[in-house]
Design a binder for this molecule. Structure first.
Ligand code: UDP
Ligand code: MG
Length: 335
C-alpha cells in the first residue's frame, strides 16, 4: 500500500522514489548518479532510485546491476523490450513506494540540483511540483518551432490546459502518483495526465542543459506519434470538425445548384465544365478520405485500449519487489 499524503517515509522506508527511464544510456548513468545521489542525501531522510531500462541494447543493464551492487538504494526494472519513455515512466510509478516520486531524465538535461527546490515546495504542501523550461535552445530550431506549434494547437483544441514549458521532470506526492497509477491508458501522453490529475501544483523555472553523452532518442517520427497521442487523448475536436466542414460544403453545393439552375433556365444548357467537375470530384474525395483517416486514427486507439494488454512486461528486477497494489479509485477520489 502506498503511504498517502506527505508522510515522513513510504511503505518500504524510502521517503523519495526517483524514477529514471533509460534507453541506451550506459554512458550517462555514472555521471547522473555522481550529481544525483549527493542532492538526495542532502534533502531527504531516505531515498531509492528506480531506473527503468526501456529495452536497452547496450550495456545499460550491466551498469545498473553494478550500481545496485555498490549502492542498494539504486534499483532497476528491465522491460522486455523498448516500450517508449511514457510507458517506462508508468512502470516506474507502479513501483514507486516513497512518500513522493521524482521523475528525471538520465542524460543530465534535467539538473538534479533542482530537486532540492522540488522537495522544499513539497514540504510546503504542493503535490505536483514541475520544472518549467525557460530556455530550450539546446534543441534544434525546427524542433522548437514544431513544439511551439503543437502546444498552441493543444491550447486551442485540448480539453485541459498544459502549463507552459512543463515536462516530465517533476515531483509528485504519493497521492498524485496513486492517481496516475490508476490511469492505465496505452496511448499515454504524460504531460496531459499530469495536468489532468490536478492537485496543488507549482512550477519551478530552469534552463534545459545540453545532453552529456549520446543523442536524443526521440526521432521526428516518435515525436509526431506522441503529438497525435496527446491531441487524440485530450480532444475530440479532430472528429467534430468534420460536421462543420460537411455543413459548409453542403451549403456551398446547394448555392451552386441554385446558381446553375437559374443559369440553365435563362441561358440554356452549357456543356463544357469537364475541368471543374474533375477538380471538385478529386477535392471532395480527398476531404472524405482525410476525415475517414482521422476517424480511423481514433478507432485504432480505441482498438489498442480495448485489447487490455498489460502496459509493459518486466524481464528482470534488480533489487526491487512487486509493484504497489492498485489503489482503489475511491481512496484516491476521497483522499
Ligand atoms: N527514453 C526511454 N525510452 C525511449 C526513449 C527515451 O526510456 O524510448 C529515455 C531516455 O533514456 C532519457 C529520457 O527518456 O532518459 C529522455 O529521452 P531523450 O533525452 O532522448 O529525449 P529528449 O531530451 O530529446 O526529449
Ligand atoms: Mg534528453
Amino acid at each position: 500500500m502506498t503511504t498517502l499524503g506527505t508522510g515522513p517515509a513510504g511503505a518500504n522506508g524510502a521517503e523519495l522514489s526517483v524514477i529514471t527511464p533509460v534507453y541506451n544510456e550506459s554512458n550517462n548513468i555514472e555521471a547522473l548518479l555522481t550529481r544525483l545521489v549527493p542532492v538526495l542525501e542532502r534533502c531527504a531522510a531516505s531515498f531509492e532510485i528506480i531506473f527503468v531500462d526501456d529495452g536497452s541494447t547496450d550495456d545499460t543493464l550491466d551498469c545498473l546491476r553494478a550500481a545496485h551492487h555498490t549502492d542498494p538504494r539504486i534499483r532497476a526494472l528491465s522491460l522486455s523490450r523498448n516500450f517508449g519513455k511514457e510507458i517506462a515512466i508508468a512502470a516506474g510509478l507502479d513501483h514507486a513506494k516513497g512518500a513522493a516520486a521524482i521523475i528525471i531524465d538520465a542524460d543530465l538535461q534535467h539538473p538534479p540540483e533542482l530537486i532540492e527546490t522540488f522537495v522544499a515546495r513539497w514540504r510546503e504542501g504542493y503535490k505536483n511540483v514541475f520544472a518549467q523550461r525557460i530556455d530550450r535552445t539546446v534543441y534544434t530550431p525546427f524542433r522548437r518551432i514544431l513544439t511551439q506549434r503543437f502546444y498552441k494547437l493543444f491550447g486551442s483544441v485540448g480539453d485541459i490546459r498544459l502549463p507552459e514549458g512543463a515536462g516530465d521532470f517533476r515531483l509528485l506526492d504519493a497521492r498524485a502518483v496513486a492517481a496516475l497509477r490508476a490511469m492505465r491508458e496505452h496511448a499515454r501522453f504524460s504531460k496531459g495526465l499530469y495536468a489532468w490529475i490536478g492537485f496543488k501544483s507549482i512550477g519551478v523555472p530552469f534552463d534545459v542543459e545540453a545532453r552529456v553523452h549520446g543523442v536524443s532518442k526521440f526521432s521526428y517520427r516518435k515525436l509526431t506519434h506522441l503529438a497525435l497521442d496527446g491531441l487524440m487523448s485530450f480532444s475530440t475536436m479532430p472528429l467534430k470538425v468534420w460536421s462543420y466542414i460537411g455543413s459548409a460544403t453542403s451549403l456551398l453545393a446547394l448555392t451552386l445548384a441554385a446558381v446553375y439552375l437559374t443559369r440553365t433556365i435563362i441561358l440554356g444548357v452549357d456543356v463544357p465544365g469537364y475541368a471543374s467537375l474533375i477538380v471538385s470530384i478529386t477535392f471532395f474525395s480527398g476531404i472524405q478520405l482525410l476525415s475517414l483517416g482521422i476517424i480511423g486514427e481514433y478507432i485504432g486507439r480505441i482498438f489498442a485500449e480495448v485489447k487490455r494488454r498489460p502496459l509493459y512486461l518486466i524481464e528482470e528486477r534488480v533489487g526491487i519487489g512487486s509493484p504497489v497494489a492498485a489503489d482503489s479509485l475511491a481512496r484516491i477520489q476521497t483522499g
